[in-house]
Design a protein around this ligand. Structure first.
Ligand code: NAD
Length: 296
């Protein structure tokens, strides 16, 4: 449904530390280009001194103040679930929501997860035809969880999850196995990567390593070879040390901008009913990152 309407859109990003987010600028520039009156504000719970556990109240306030939708980020993606009227199957499987849309007439709250759909969308666009039968995921945090679910939806039959916190990797593998019974899910430790990577089609990196504040490689570059594709979800900077090393080793690569842009395009479509111009949003996103590469 095209929700193009004479009354302006009001959208928020709720979470902690959301001030530097590029998402408001990204949505508003695309909306301007689409001829929409669209305001997107950050709602930083730390600044407001509102505990994340009060996310249900935040939804009620937002709705009362005329918000059409909210993007939800750390640490509220799971907390928000119990405050929704309906949750789409992708978000329900994942147990995490990053987009809430309010029905304009009834106020019903519908939850979605465009981190998952965004990674899958960006992967298909950026690494077309890449084999996904056997994949290693490095990083079992919030973003890694969304990526894992997306990989299984893309057809990964064997996913091995590696994290410094092996317990966390194990818990995610067990959780995903229950939700995706046809796939083989394993957890492993960093020291096994030398055995795992040569037998895999690709590796997705989802820890903070490679960001300006955490420079360096998540694992030794000599584990990379031309048979492997390498996807990094870190996007500040876009060209991480891992991606540079992967290109030097002859790997196909995918940068974190794809996931970041497509989580926004998918959210924009849910909020407005209008399919945004993904290429235009990607170009804009990449110019924003180039202007502000150091921010978290
Ligand atoms: P998180 O803190 O929830 O999880 C990070 C995980 O990485 C943890 O399980 C931690 O144990 C592990 N880890 C930390 N340091 C490590 C190291 N040196 N080696 C191995 N494992 C390590 O964080 P998150 O929300 O999952 O985000 C991870 C990164 O993903 C962020 O830093 C951000 O750059 C990126 N991200 C990208 C997008 C996108 O759209 N492209 C979206 C969200 C997050």
């Amino acid at each position: 449904m095209d929700r193009r309407s004479p009354h302006p859109y009001l959208v928020g990003l709720v979470g902690t530390g959301v001030g530097p987010s590029l998402t408001p600028a990204l949505h508003m520039a695309e909306a301007r280009a689409q001829g929409l009156d669209y305001v997107y504000r950050t709602i930083d719970l730390d600044d407001l001194r509102v505990a994340p556990t009060r996310i249900g109240e935040v939804l009620a306030w937002a709705r009362a103040m005329g918000y059409d939708a909210l993007n939800i980020t750390h640490p509220c993606k799971q907390l928000v679930l119990e405050h929704l009227d309906e949750v789409d199957p992708v978000a329900a499987t994942l147990g995490a929501v990053n987009t809430v849309v309010f029905d304009r007439e009834t106020g019903r709250r519908s939850g979605f997860n465009t981190d998952t759909t965004g990674f899958a969308h960006g992967f298909r666009e950026g690494l077309p035809g890449a084999a996904v039968d056997s994949v290693v995921l490095v990083g079992a945090g919030g973003a890694g969880t969304a990526v894992a679910d997306a990989l299984l939806r893309l057809g990964t039959g064997h996913l091995t999850i590696v994290d410094l916190d092996v317990e966390r990797a194990g818990a995610l593998a067990r959780d995903l196995a229950a939700r995706h019974p046809l796939a083989q899910l394993d957890a492993s430790s960093f020291d096994k990567l030398s055995v795992l990577l040569p037998d895999s089609d690709g590796v997705v990196h989802a820890t903070p390593t490679g960001m300006a504040a955490h420079p360096g490689l998540p694992f030794p570059a000599d584990l990379l070879g031309p048979r492997l594709w390498v996807a990094d979800i870190v996007y500040r900077p876009l060209d991480t040390a891992l991606l540079k090393a992967a290109r030097a080793a002859g790997c196909r690569t995918l940068d974190g901008g794809h996931m970041a842009v497509y989580q926004a395009t998918d959210a924009f479509a849910l909020i407005t009913g209008i399919t945004p111009d993904a290429r235009r949003m990607s170009t804009h996103f990449r110019s924003l990152v180039a202007e502000r590469p150091e921010q978290p």
